[in-house]
Design a protein around this ligand. Structure first.
Ligand code: GDP
Ligand code: MG
Length: 302
């Protein structure tokens, strides 16, 4: 079996182009979540699509538009960070709307990032004049080298399979960031991950760099014992040598990390805790996933 793939996909598009409709269509097919409206940077996560082989985390980039005032500028800076730190982007446009200065603004932003981008032309069910559409799309594609162009209808589902297949093809091997059956983007899992990460850093001292990340893959009440919570978490490191340190000789270190973390988790969760820890090496984790920091996997954002 091939390895599990995952990644963060940023959505760009003017209001009303159909971003929400597209997400609903994609997420309606599979187990998924739509989290409440953003309050913090972390909450820009707008939906998670999980299958047996992949997980796509859709991230909103609100406020990507021409700044009209200071607040707008600030919003753009936040969104630009998102552009830089996701694995790929979908620039969603309304096929009926002519290329305009707002689009040019977005394209100039795209030129400043290395993040690959798909052009997604939506609402093709409304298109009557195909030639005009092609001329319009050419204005986009002649200004920027998109990975590919998709013509979809988010409303009736046309070509969404193709779009998903292409996204999946571009995803790299990675962990399941969110449990498959998770129904909301609940911060509790971040806090749990953070406690474990803190113990790793404390106990391994300087030997393991701060780039270590912890992802809670599963957390559930025990079926037979109501007062017990079962937690599986993955400690992600960049190199096999770091994995060795975290496991320790005869598994001593990881056992100690687990024991220390469990003590705190018991207090926070108010139940007994069975904690299972895995260590996984993902090379270049930091470069590929510095976005995780901004998305709240690390302490400064919690
Ligand atoms: P958002 O602001 O980008 O999230 O846009 P929404 O998803 O809220 O969609 C804005 C409007 O466009 C809604 O009335 C949708 O029903 C409509 N819409 C979205 N996608 C399509 C589409 O593919 N075809 C048609 N005909 N309407 C669409
Ligand atoms: Mg919307």
């Amino acid at each position: 079996m091939s390895e599990f793939k995952s990644g963060f996909v940023g959505l760009i598009g003017r209001p009303n182009v159909g971003k929400s409709t597209l997400l609903n269509n994609v997420l309606g097919r599979k187990i998924s979540i739509i989290s409440p409206k953003p309050q913090t940077t972390r909450d820009v996560i707008s939906g998670i699509y999980t299958t047996d082989t992949e997980q796509i985390i859709f991230v909103d980039t609100p406020g990507i538009h021409k700044p009209k005032h200071e607040l707008g500028k600030y919003m753009n800076e936040i969104s630009f960070e998102t552009l830089e730190n996701v694995d790929m982007l979908l620039f969603i446009i309304d096929g009926e709307e002519e290329y305009g200065s707002g689009d040019e603004y977005v394209i100039n932003l795209l030129k400043k990032t290395e993040t690959p981008c798909f052009l997604v032309v939506n609402k093709i069910d409304l298109i009557k004049d195909k030639n005009r559409l092609m001329e319009n799309v050419l204005k986009f594609t002649s200004n920027y080298d998109f990975l590919d162009v998709f013509y979809i209808s988010a409303l009736n589902g046309d070509n969404i399979d193709k779009l998903l297949a292409s996204i999946t093809k571009k995803l790299e091997v990675g962990p399941m960031y969110y449990p498959k059956d998770q129904i909301s983007d609940h911060p509790e899992n971040f806090i749990i991950a953070e406690i474990i990460r803190e113990k790793v850093l404390l106990l391994t001292k300087e030997e393991v760099p701060h780039s270590v990340a912890v992802v809670v893959e599963n957390k559930e009440r025990d079926l037979e014992n109501e007062s017990l919570t079962n937690i599986n978490a993955v400690i992600v490191v960049e190199r096999p040598s770091q994995k060795k340190i975290i496991i320790g000789s005869g598994g001593k270190m990881i056992k100690q990390i687990g024991t220390e973390a469990r003590k705190e988790l018991v207090m926070i969760l108010g139940t007994k805790v069975y904690l299972e820890l895995f260590v996984k090496v993902i090379e270049d984790w930091r470069n590929r996933n510095s976005e995780l920091k901004k998305l709240g996997y690390f302490k400064d954002r919690i």
